[in-house]
Design a protein around this ligand. Structure first.
Ligand code: FAD
Length: 417
């Protein structure tokens, strides 16, 4: 079986680690010149020298929002060190050491941008068109199966605001944010209170005169913010120099900083692949992973608020159970039914399509389901426990939560040091 992996970020590396056992012929295409995906920091924004949009959303001072104890792979942990919350450089080093430990680099074709994936006519294979960026040539190759590992933090989602086009100040999405100095002495509205909005409100508060965190959560966030950070509801309208909020208050503002998240995007998948993105729900997929129309196509890494690297590993092991023939996929009707039921259940919980891939406090259920369904080694429950503990601490005390240090003592328990 010949498998293509698209992307050599942490998901693509997990795919390679399990596909290089000798049973499979494997090729990984990576459009940049490095492994690590979004963990590769680049000062520049916009287009790269090949005219492609810079992929990474990493900023200079980023420290992880999860402890390293939950950021390893099941068979390759982040090495011990005094801190639990690491820098972006430490995570990138870790990913490179994973890559070297399992000898994965030999399978990666760097500076190869996948431009098209489509089902081949007449057989059950996939045709992939790839641009060799250095030579500016197109290569066409055929595969039995494809793992898409292209990430989902590169296509900014920017809201339409009334009066947005008349605003005379600066507008920036977090994808293009690198250093806080650009906000020195400015009044900044941070839109969105997800992990990025919260972390960036904290980070830029050290430079900005005033940070206004605008969000649509029902109640004010109860965490401890620095003194110059205030919360406001959603924006009602923007004028040349001011922002009017839903509560009727009006503030003079220098910068609209969109921390409004990203859209799932698979620009290289042809329509015949049968994958749609509907209100940011990627569909039709079995278990957030397998294309129901064409089960030899899989999209690894879609769920968010997860123990990412371990989940990637689990998803890849799940796939290989089916692609190797050890397990049979359910019927198309049953897979569609399962997806519809999950959507229905989420709707009952007040989560729409936009949050279909959100796992968060329910991630353990997803992991156990994958492991039980495919008959593979599950993820240790302690990962979810510690993830939840960290998320709770983050929500309680944004300023200090990274000072906590943890140690995992067995599959079920961790201690705080
Ligand atoms: P990516 O890392 O985005 O890798 C995708 C790869 O695919 C890239 O190398 C890209 O160049 C390549 N690619 C894309 N399109 C093509 C194409 N057409 N052809 C060839 N190659 C292609 N997670 C945590 O667990 N803890 C954290 O603290 C944390 N902090 C984060 C902070 C920020 C600012 C961001 C943006 C994310 C953070 N995450 C964090 C989530 C992070 O995205 C995941 O941990 C993980 O790195 C995602 O890996 P990935 O391989 O799915 O995607």
């Amino acid at each position: 079986m010949k498998i293509a992996v698209i992307g050599a970020g942490s998901a693509g590396l997990a795919a390679l680690r399990h596909c290089t056992s000798g049973t499979y012929e494997i090729v990984c295409y990576e459009k940049t010149d490095q492994t690590g995906g979004t963990w590769v920091y680049r000062e520049e924004t916009g287009l790269d020298r090949y005219g492609l949009r810079i992929h990474t959303s990493m900023y200079k001072n980023l420290r992880t929002n999860l402890p390293k104890e939950v950021m390893g792979y099941p068979d390759y942990l982040v090495p011990d060190s005094p801190d639990s919350y690491l820098t972006r450089t430490q995570i990138l080093e870790f990913l490179n050491s994973y890559c070297d430990h399992f000898n994965l680099r030999q399978y990666i074709r760097f500076l190869h941008n996948v431009e098209l994936v489509e089902p081949s006519k007449g057989d059950r294979k996939w045709t992939i068109k790839v641009r060799n960026l250095k030579e500016n040539t197109i290569i066409t190759e055929s595969f039995d199966a494809v793992m898409v590992c292209n990430g989902h933090y590169f296509e900014p989602s920017v809201p339409n605001l009334k009066g947005q086009e008349t605003f005379q100040g600066q507008q920036l999405h977090s994808h293009d944010y690198r250093v806080p100095d650009i906000f020195t002495d400015k009044i900044v509205v941070v839109l969105g209170a997800g992990p990025s909005g919260m972390d960036l409100a904290l980070e830029i508060s050290g430079k900005a005169k005033r940070v206004i965190l605008s969000h649509h959560l029902k109640d004010p966030i109860g965490t401890i913010f620095p003194e110059n950070v205030v919360q406001k509801p959603d924006i009602k309208e923007v004028t040349e120099h001011d922002v009017v909020f839903e509560d009727g208050s009006k503030e003079p503002v220098d910068v609209l900083f969109y921390c409004t998240g990203y859209k799932y995007s698979f620009p290289f998948l042809s329509e015949q692949c049968g994958i749609r993105v509907d209100s940011n729900m990627v569909t039709p997929l079995w278990k957030h992973l397998v294309s129901i129309e064409n089960p030899t196509l899989a999209l690894v890494g879609l769920p968010f608020y997860v123990c990412a690297f371990s989940m990637f590993d689990l998803q890849v092991r799940f796939l290989l159970q089916y692609w190797s023939g050890k397990k049979d996929f359910p019927s198309k009707a049953n897979m569609l039914k399962e997806e519809a039921e999950e959507l229905e259940n989420r709707k009952k919980e007040g989560l729409g399509k936009k949050h279909f891939h959100l796992m968060g406090f329910k991630q353990a259920h997803y992991y156990d389901d994958l492991a039980n369904t495919a008959g593979i080694t599950p993820l240790p429950p302690v990962l979810t426990k510690l993830h939840n503990e960290s998320s709770t601490r983050f929500l309680d005390d944004l300023v200090h939560y990274r000072e906590s240090r943890y140690r995992i003592i067995d599959d079920y328990n961790f201690i705080q040091l």
